[in-house]
Ligand binder design. Structure first.
Ligand code: GRG
Length: 323
């Protein structure tokens, strides 16, 4: 399922793109604009702003300037957090081009990530609404906390599943949740429906991160642009690994090749996909009764469709595409 194949979403995303470009290029300092624009234009699936647009449309709200700006702010926060993430990981490539830290050094990358996050906050406050700005500010806090929890647990063989879940809820699912919530606010949805959309977005975000973690272990070698077991190498013991460790307490003993040799690829794929399918059922049943049944059906099917796509990727490497 591809949200971007829905004409109203494709049209909205073109406007979102213009707004992100304008915001990313709005510094008084040309060097900041150049760096921010490079990150923004390097690509990315634009899944989060597509979710914002889909949610607004599902509530019968046309994507007006506020909705478009809210969607652009969500993507700008995502992009800024990726700049910080690359910095923390010492990553040299993202979206097929050198990372800012590799190109400009640690300090400049740090403040350009800060600029993107702060610029999104300012735009949300001045061009959307105070409630949307509050949601995005609270989400940025959660992103930092989620990432902190992951950092605090690096190489911790006693890491619990609860701790991993809490971390990914903050570092990834919170922004998916916000992508949906800001649209529900713009559409003046009832509080109950906002909460339902938030639950949907959070579950979808968890699925998205858990499958990202699974692909790190189970995608065919060379298909992800990084070596198999990169997270393990970095000391991040992800939920799929921790669920496997529950059945095999010695799993994390020894070095990364030993751990990978102990992992039964078929078993971890099957277990993780089943776990995600349960979350996808929860996401679908959280959805409110919408005014636009077509978009509602797309939202309902989206998490399962993404799971199917990843299941296919674990079998065949060439299938990664925009959803
Ligand atoms: C202070 C806001 C703030 C951030 C600092 C570094 C950090 C804390 C948070 C980052 C958390 C992080 C990197 C989460 C990963 C989320 C994820 C799965 C990213 C990949 O998303 P895609 O596949 O990327 O949608 P594209 O490139 O398609 O946009």
């Amino acid at each position: 399922m591809d949200l971007q194949s829905i004409p109203a979403i494709a049209d909205g995303l073109r406007k979102v793109e213009n707004t992100i470009t304008r915001l990313g290029g709005s510094s008084a300092l040309p060097a900041i604009n150049e760096a921010a624009e490079r990150v923004i234009h390097a690509g990315g699936k634009r899944l989060r702003p597509a979710l914002t647009l889909a949610t607004a449309l599902a509530f019968g709200k046309k994507p007006d300037r506020r909705v478009i700006t809210a969607a652009a702010c969500v993507e700008l926060i995502h992009a800024g957090s990726l700049v910080h993430d690359d910095l923390m990981d010492g990553a040299t490539q993202r979206r097929g081009i050198p990372t800012l830290n590799a190109d400009l050094g640690h300090s400049k990358a740090l403040v350009i990530g800060d600029f993107m996050l702060a610029r999104a906050g300012l735009a949300a406050l001045t061009a959307v609404s105070r409630p949307v700005a509050e949601v995005l500010a609270a989400t940025t806090v959660e992103l930092a906390e989620g990432q902190f929890l992951e950092t605090a647990d690096l190489f911790n063989r006693e890491r619990t599943q609860e701790s991993a879940l809490r971390s990914i809820t903050g570092k990834t699912a919170a922004l998916f949740r916000a992508s949906c919530t800001v649209a529900a606010i713009c559409a003046r949805a009832e509080a109950q429906d906002r909460a339902r959309m938030a639950a949907y977005g959070e579950r979808f975000g968890l699925i998205f991160q858990i499958l990202d973690d699974l692909l790190d272990l189970a995608a065919p070698a060379g298909s992800m642009g990084k070596p198999t077991g990169h997270d393990l190498e970095q000391g991040v013991y992800t939920l799929p690994v921790l669920r496997t460790r529950a059945k095999n307490p010695q799993l994390l003993d020894g070095d990364v090749p030993a751990i990978l040799a102990r992992l039964n690829r078929a078993e971890i794929v099957e277990d993780t996909l089943a776990y995600c399918r349960d979350l996808a059922d929860q996401a679908a049943s959280a959805l409110p009764a919408f005014r636009e049944p077509g978009i509602a059906a797309s939202l309902r099917g989206l998490p399962h469709s993404y799971i199917d796509q990843v299941a296919e990727m674990t079998r065949r490497p060439a299938l990664r595409k925009a959803i």
